[in-house]
Design a protein around this ligand. Structure first.
Ligand SMILES: [Zn+2]
Length: 248
């Protein structure tokens, strides 16, 4: 799976081999955790993406709603369960503090998926959990988790990803609506990908709806072939090394 691929909810469950209804899934993968996020209007949590420095701010989760119980939005988000075990908020919060306090050398790695539409998600890539805080939202205490985008290189090496490479969820939602959930070239509705029209590597923006479109895998591939044949002097070396990557 590549960053900015469009996936259906059941594919997401297959990819992670787990039901992910919870949204926050600590230690679900071998070396990573998973966050599901949504910045759409009416989304249950106030997740935010700061376009100026690329920090993703993910809100913790509420107590479960129980019949006859209080409105979960009026209750402090819990660090522990009533019986004492850590909630997902607690597990992620402890991981962030352990990293800040130097008890963990490396920050926790978190894979993020974002909701685009009902049953439709997009893969946002890997992030590092670098900080967390407990703050008031005006009514009660909530958790805020701070994540930085990263890229996983061969041999598990992690490098920082320029935040300008990330397509904000709001842009994806708008492009999804404009393109009708289809490849703009052939109308296919499967294996879709958010494509930078002018490639990111050529200065194309991630932040404007005009430079982002939906392409199916076939048209996404034929586009990168065209870019490569137009720039043979750049790509020859890469091809010889057997390491051609699409950069848009
Ligand atoms: Zn197509």
């Amino acid at each position: 799976m590549k960053r900015d691929d469009v996936i259906k909810y059941h594919d997401l469950v297959n990819a992670e081999k787990a039901a992910l209804q919870k949204g926050m899934n600590f230690g679900i993968g071998k070396n990573y955790s998973v966050f599901l996020m949504s910045v759409r209007r009416g989304a249950p949590y106030a997740d935010m993406f700061d376009e100026t420095d690329g920090t993703l701010i993910y809100e913790g989760h509420d107590v479960p709603r129980v019949g006859g119980g209080p409105d979960p939005k009026s209750v402090d988000q819990p660090l522990r369960y009533p019986k004492g075990g850590w909630t997902e908020n607690g597990k992620f919060f402890r991981a962030a503090m352990d990293y800040k306090d130097g008890l963990q050398k490396k920050p926790l790695l978190v894979k993020v998926y974002e909701k685009i539409s009902r049953g439709v998600w997009s893969y946002k890539g890997f992030f590092e959990l670098v900080d967390a805080e407990i703050m008031s939202d005006g009514r009660r205490k909530v958790f805020k988790f701070h994540l930085k985008p990263v890229e996983k290189k061969p041999l598990g090496r992690i490098v920082e990803l320029p935040h300008t490479r990330l397509i904000p969820t709001s842009v994806k939602v708008e492009v999804w609506r404009r393109d009708g959930g289809k490849c703009v070239q052939c109308g296919s509705t499967v294996n879709l990908h958010y494509d930078h029209d002018i490639p990111y590597s050529k200065g194309g923006s991630s932040f404007t709806v005009e430079n982002v479109r939906l392409l199916c895998a076939k048209h996404n591939l034929s586009k990168s072939d065209k870019i490569m044949s137009a720039l043979p002097w750049i790509w020859v070396g890469a091809t010889v090394a057997g390491n051609v990557r699409k950069c848009s």
